[in-house]
Design a protein around this ligand. Structure first.
Ligand code: AMP
Ligand code: MG
Length: 405
């Protein structure tokens, strides 16, 4: 049975998304710097792509009206290479043409090289083309004036390529958010330092830095903060000055050394949740001045899961992105569980290819919230519904990391 005192994920996410103040600032950036950024305005095609009719293949440009049957013989009157427009096609002749080269006026088809034989300045057409064959028409990819990308679209590599194909070298995007990361814990040490007994290396700031950078956001690492109220407050106050959003890890439980809650309450507002998800129960949200604040758990897998499920959609919405959800596919479980879940669970799993061309999910052996290897080993997260035991072969929601990162 679901635990009544815990907040369901959906409810927490709805409350968070309702509280978003969408960032309206926009900046012009050059195309190479725009990867991961969100378009501040829709993009119209200012030219046709392609800009001229051109050959899709290496072969011969002909006028189909000149062809009197398979095996007909034509004089090769010119050669047209990509980047070198030819002249109008002489009646009754063929033009040698290469992929991407402009179709000469008077030609209405390209016969592919494989369907011809060459003979001393002549060509024999063995297969007759239909009118329009192997011609890429002007504007058939992108028609001038059409909207190719809408406001709020997050730019991927292929979008940059498409924009470049229109001759665009600068785009107006939403100003990338600056996010501060604070890592609390007296036991936490930066990698590169020697480790004393009882200490652990900070891994959370690296995971979060990578996740945020992948979203096209700027990161300020405020470093590791001692478990005192003063140190926590001072790091939070300076983060609120510098950043659009603040993330902390650790220190949000109810232990004596957990000062994040008090510090945020002293500086702004905070609501503390116990989420009905596993991993990631302790979670808090608030604001310091105008900066939203997220208090993530300390355990690395819980940090990843809460970021992905709650912080990521929130930040994408602040950033003005028109899609905030994570893509998923339904895949058969290659395992079963014996106990019903009391929290919605996100397990780390791999896609296993079976001999019969189907795939099934294989979970990592240790699903503890501190087990970082589970995340590195896996292909994605699998949602295990609340209050259910999993049967082998049951379809489960699989969210590949490729749709998240
Ligand atoms: P806490 O919520 O502060 O009690 O932290 C929960 C667990 O997460 C503890 O075992 C911490 O040592 C661990 N932890 C906290 N911060 C980090 C960090 N930056 N990197 C890796 N593990 C951490
Ligand atoms: Mg701690």
């Amino acid at each position: 049975m679901p635990n009544a005192q815990l907040t369901p994920l959906e409810q927490a996410l709805d409350a968070l998304l309702d509280d978003v103040h969408v960032n309206s600032a926009a900046v012009d950036v050059s195309l190479p710097d725009a990867l991961g950024s969100v378009l501040a305005q829709g993009q119209q095609a200012v030219v046709d792509v392609p800009a001229f009719d051109n050959s899709a293949m290496d072969g011969y440009a002909v006028n189909t009206a000149d062809l009197d049957g398979p095996g007909c013989l034509l004089k090769v009157s010119q050669t047209i290479a990509a980047g070198h427009p030819g002249t109008a096609l002489e009646t009754g002749t063929a033009a040698r043409i290469f992929t991407g080269a402009p179709i000469p006026p008077g030609a209405d088809a390209v016969v592919i090289q494989e369907d011809t034989r060459q003979e001393e300045g002549m060509v024999i057409i063995d297969e007759l083309p239909s009118s329009g064959a192997n011609i890429r028409l002007k504007g058939h990819d992108i028609a001038m004036g059409s909207e190719i990308l809408s406001t709020g679209h997050r730019l991927r590599a292929q979008d940059l390529g498409m924009l470049a194909s229109l001759g665009i070298d600068t785009v107006t995007v939403k100003k990338p958010l600056t996010v501060a990361i604070i890592n609390t814990g007296d036991e936490v040490v930066a990698p590169g330092q020697p480790l004393e007994l009882g200490q652990i290396y900070d891994s959370n700031s690296f995971t979060l830095d990578g996740l945020l950078s992948g979203l096209g956001m700027r990161v300020i690492k405020k470093g590791i903060v001692a478990d005192t109220l003063e140190a926590t407050e001072s790091a939070l106050a300076s983060a609120a000055d510098e950043a659009d959003c603040i993330l902390t890890t650790g220190g949000v439980s109810v232990g004596d050394e957990d000062h994040v809650r008090q510090a945020v309450e002293n500086l702004g507002q905070l609501s503390l949740w116990k989420l009905a998800i596993k991993p990631g129960k302790p979670f808090s949200y608030g604001r310091i001045d105008d900066s939203p604040f997220f208090g993530l758990p300390g355990n690395p897998v819980a940090v990843f899961v809460t970021f992905v499920m709650l912080v990521r959609p929130y930040l994408l919405k602040v950033q003005g992105c028109n899609t905030t959800s994570i893509p998923h596919v339904m895949v058969k479980a290659g395992f079963e569980t014996s106990k019903a879940n009391t929290r919605l669970e996100f397990i780390r799993a791999r896609l296993l290819n079976r001999g019969d061309a189907t795939q099934e999910l294989e979970p990592f052996g240790n699903q503890g919230s501190s087990i970082m290897t589970s995340l590195s080993w896996a292909d994605g997260l699998v949602e295990i519904p609340l209050g259910e035991t999993v049967q082998k072969g049951q379809l489960l929601k699989f969210m590949p990391f490729s749709g998240i990162l």
